[in-house]
Design a protein around this ligand. Structure first.
Ligand SMILES: Cc1cc2nc3c(=O)[nH]c(=O)nc-3n(C[C@H](O)[C@H](O)[C@H](O)COP(=O)(O)OP(=O)(O)OC[C@H]3O[C@@H](n4cnc5c(N)ncnc54)[C@H](O)[C@@H]3O)c2cc1C
Length: 310
């Protein structure tokens, strides 16, 4: 119930306006967001690299409705990619198609994405297309496949959400194509017609599709590649057991977690596996932050603590 309410608030503009002007909320959000500027994000990435952690930088934002703004986002990503390469930071980038103008038109979004992929491929910097609500699943997968084939770029990937009913079929097809996939549980408010409403069913589906994907025969070199994106100890243990028991090489998978969540576990995983931290930055932190609160309403206590600690 609370999760649904927080997810509703994540796209309510009246709530955005209240929360983003509230000093306590800004302070609590800093736990999950590396800063407002690229300099701050790169500094956070360097510190993570020093701990043996890889990074994926995300310039926060979504649902852009002006073509000018979408182009500014594209330029920000190109600049980010240039700096990652020039400063030799161990980082890929993650982006959202609605941040690049998908709500304006697919053309606008594709043009922006091509500029980013050209810069990324030249410098061998990975690009992952985040998955947004189920309204965008089909389009996102189509755009991912088009770009992957157009650029012949193995380091281009996308995200699949275990809570969607369609996921098992998608994962089967993507494994056969040798895709680069981040598997997560899914962070949006979805109806039972498209997503499992029960957490137990989502968890079971996560383990099932992860296992099938990692067991898929290698059709094409070392591909397919799976990024196991979760903080859930049961999922992590199932994954570790599977890669150990089936001797799955590091060229086939990595673990991923979000900045500010289970940092000690991130360090522990990095001793034995490739481990990447998703590092968001920017001023448009509100919807991202609300989704993090929805995942763990206990985080609301940070508000109370910060409020009384003033
Ligand atoms: C690298 C990465 C990229 C992602 N990209 C996408 C994407 O493109 N699209 C999408 O829909 N979703 C994305 N997500 C979010 C994902 O879908 C889940 O909403 C989120 O990861 C929480 O699920 P969980 O697997 O950690 O399990 P949960 O069952 O939600 O959590 C398990 C445990 O992890 C810890 N935990 C989880 N979340 C938090 C939190 N916010 N604060 C503190 N502790 C927490 C708690 O200990 C909790 O008990 C991404 C997640 C990661 C890690």
């Amino acid at each position: 119930m609370l999760r649904r309410f927080l997810l509703y608030l994540s796209h309510a503009s009246w709530a955005r306006s209240i929360v983003t002007h509230w000093g306590v909320a800004r302070r609590v959000a800093r736990r999950f967001v590396a800063g407002e500027t690229l300099d701050e994000a790169l500094q956070a990435a360097r510190l993570l690299n020093q701990r043996g952690l890889l990074v994926s930088l995300d310039f926060l934002g979504e649902s852009v409705t002006s073509a000018e703004d979408a182009r500014a986002v594209m330029r920000a990503y190109r600049h980010m990619i240039e700096r990652i390469a020039a400063e030799k930071v161990q980082a890929s980038v993650s982006l959202k198609l609605t941040h690049l103008g998908l709500d304006i038109s697919e053309e606008e979004c594709l043009t922006n994405l091509r500029h980013i992929l050209t810069a990324a491929k030249e410098r061998a910097i990975g690009v992952t297309i985040d998955m947004e609500s189920s309204r965008y699943t089909e389009t996102t997968l189509r755009i991912y496949r088009t770009m992957r084939d157009e650029y012949a770029f193995d380091n281009a990937g996308t995200v699949i959400q275990a809570y969607l009913l369609r996921t098992e079929n998608d994962m089967r097809a993507l494994a056969a194509e040798g895709a680069h996939i981040r598997l997560c549980k899914g962070a949006y408010l979805e109806p039972p017609t498209v997503a499992f409403p029960e957490k137990a069913a989502v968890n079971a589906n996560f383990v099932k599709v992860m296992t099938q994907f990692l067991r898929a025969p290698l059709t094409n070199g070392d591909r397919p590649y799976l990024c196991i994106a979760t903080h859930d100890e049961a999922m992590l243990q199932a994954a570790e057991q599977l890669v150990r028991a089936e001797n799955i090489p590091e060229t086939r998978y990595e673990f991923q977690m979000l900045y500010g969540i289970r940092s000690a576990r991130q360090d522990e995983l990095a001793k034995q596996h490739k481990m990447r931290v998703y590092v968001p930055f920017g001023t448009a932190w509100y919807p991202y932050f609300m989704r993090r609160l929805a995942e763990r309403p206990a985080n609301l206590w940070f508000f109370a603590r910060s409020f009384f600690a003033r």
